[in-house]
Ligand binder design. Structure first.
Ligand SMILES: *Cc1c(COP(=O)(O)O)cnc(C)c1O
Length: 483
């Protein structure tokens, strides 16, 4: 373990040069005496070089996409072009104020307008709000719109939202937050929505259905139109969780495929680096008759001028964020969209799918892959169940060993319906060489399970932090550093 900056302290060393102070400061005039520190604060005394090395060392202890492959399923950890970061730091964007007069921010409004339009175009919806700032926030907004739709129609008996058991955890959380009840249905043996179970649960109380497509097993839900017909027959609405849109953009338009509302995760599909909690953006698209419920304002255009469009403010269910969402994330998505164009976006999806299928195929003799009879989309779910049964090695041990090989681990133990799940998403930005190296590492690990199981049980061995005692950490949580 690397030393902390406190442990690098050496009395009298310093990293700055200041002229001698020739101004007398009367502390008592600024801070009442009772609030004044009685003892000198104990700060580490280190040289400038020590500080530089310390922070560089810390940055290298973390894994990141710039350092290595990051197959964290469901998260779409692709490479995000650095040009986005350079452009978004432009003074013209940074020095804007959200309360500025429309006439003085025409360029910014044009970008937001174009982004609304482009997202609507590629998803097949009539308009898009850019206000929500995460996927989960988009779900919340979408479900509020569903609620506004039912309230507007006097559908007070609509209380339930149906979800498949493969849904991401944010889906049931959003359902509850909006005040609906969740009804969970079972996936069928192919890993798709079980139509019979769905029919058994749909009734007059059904407000809507939430579906991720491709779903969290990495499988394309091919029965969307049939499902939409069932849900629409009781005046329910179809919500698409678009977190996996990376796999189908340019190929499928959810808005023309039976869905009424959808969120995008700009930080997954449209090139904003994420991890560490944000910032993100979760715009939502809706069909024509639902536009009136969207948060206001939308960005409008009239006679070549862009404006904040409040025309539907009275029917809107309200705002979900200040101003226009995460402006910088929206700009990055705009740059990415314009750089790739329609053909480029389609190639992103195609390559993401090819990469995932390539790994799935190469690993099928080494790991149990529950749904390998279907092609996967941009990700697939493998299981460590063979290793567990034969050698007592858990998926957690495999994931830790993957760290030793220089990779980020896949998402594990999700989705919940696959035992010992390992969810692998390579993304489109990885080369065949990188995929081959990862495949070799995974095969090597499968062999280690047989020949050197102790390596796995003690892994990781090569990382700055070794295997931690999860149970102890929970029981005796200690987050304080004492010097
Ligand atoms: C990531 C994800 C979400 C939630 O998105 P956030 O931006 O993390 O709030 C929802 N559903 C699925 C399938 C996801 O992968």
């Amino acid at each position: 373990m690397a030393k902390t900056i406190f442990e690098k302290h050496s009395e009298g060393r310093k990293g700055y040069t200041l002229p001698t102070n020739d101004v007398e400061i009367s502390l008592n005039r600024c801070i009442p005496e009772k609030f004044q520190r009685k003892e000198e604060v104990k700060l580490p005394e280190v040289s400038e070089l020590d500080v530089m090395r310390h922070f560089l060392e810390l940055s290298q202890m973390n894994h990141c996409i710039e350092k290595g492959f990051y197959p964290l399923g469901s998260c779409t950890m692709k490479y995000n072009p650095k040009i986005n970061e350079t452009l978004v730091r432009n003074d013209g964007f940074n020095n804007l104020h959200p309360l500025q007069d429309e006439d003085t921010v025409q360029g910014a409004l044009e970008i937001l307008y174009e982004l609304q339009k482009d997202l609507a175009e590629i998803s097949g919806f009539s308009n898009v709000t850019l206000q929500p700032v995460a996927g989960a926030h988009g779900e919340f907004t979408g479900l509020k719109i569903m609620k506004a739709y039912h309230d507007h129609k006097g559908n007070s008996h609509k209380k339930k939202i149906i979800l498949p058991d493969s849904a991401h955890g944010t889906n049931p959380a959003s359902v509850t937050l909006v005040g609906y009840e969740m009804v969970e249905i079972k996936s069928n043996e192919k890993g798709l929505v079980g139509i019979e179970d769905l029919k058994a649960h749909v009734n007059d109380e059904t407000a809507g259905f939430m579906l991720t497509n491709p779903n969290t097993l990495g499988l394309f839900e091919s029965q969307v139109e049939e499902i939409a017909e069932i849900i629409h027959s009781v005046d329910g609405l179809m919500y698409m969780d678009g977190a996996n849109f990376n796999a189908i953009m340019g190929l499928v338009k959810p808005g023309e495929n039976g869905f009424d509302i959808m969120h995008f995760n700009l930080h997954k599909t449209f090139a904003t680096p994420h991890g560490g909690g944000g910032p993100g953006a979760g715009p939502i698209g809706v069909r024509e008759d639902l536009i009136k419920f969207l948060p206001a304002p939308l960005i409008g255009k009239k006679d070549d001028k862009y404006f904040l469009d409040y025309t539907h403010e009275k029917t809107s269910f309200g705002k979900v964020h200040s101003f226009f969402g995460n402006f910088a994330v929206n700009i990055k998505a705009y740059i990415y969209l314009k750089m790739l164009g329609p053909k480029g976006l389609r190639r992103v999806a195609e390559n993401a799918v090819i990469n995932a299928n390539y790994i799935q195929k190469k690993l099928e003799n080494y790991y149990d892959i529950p749904f390998k009879d279907s092609f996967c989309m941009h990700e697939f779910v493998a299981s460590g169940s063979w290793q567990k049964e034969k050698h007592g090695i858990k998926t957690l041990d495999i994931a830790k060993r993957i760290l030793d090989k220089g990779y980020h681990a896949p998402t594990i133990y999700f989705p919940l319906i696959v035992h010992e799940a390992m969810m692998i998403e390579p993304t489109e930005t990885e080369s065949k060489e990188t995929l081959d190296e990862f495949i070799d590492a995974m095969i090597e690990i499968a062999k280690e399970c047989e020949e050197h199981p102790e390596l796995l049980k003690n892994a990781p061995l090569n990382t700055p932090v070794k295997r931690v005692d999860d149970t102890l950490a929970v029981r005796q949580l200690n987050v304080k550093f004492e010097w």
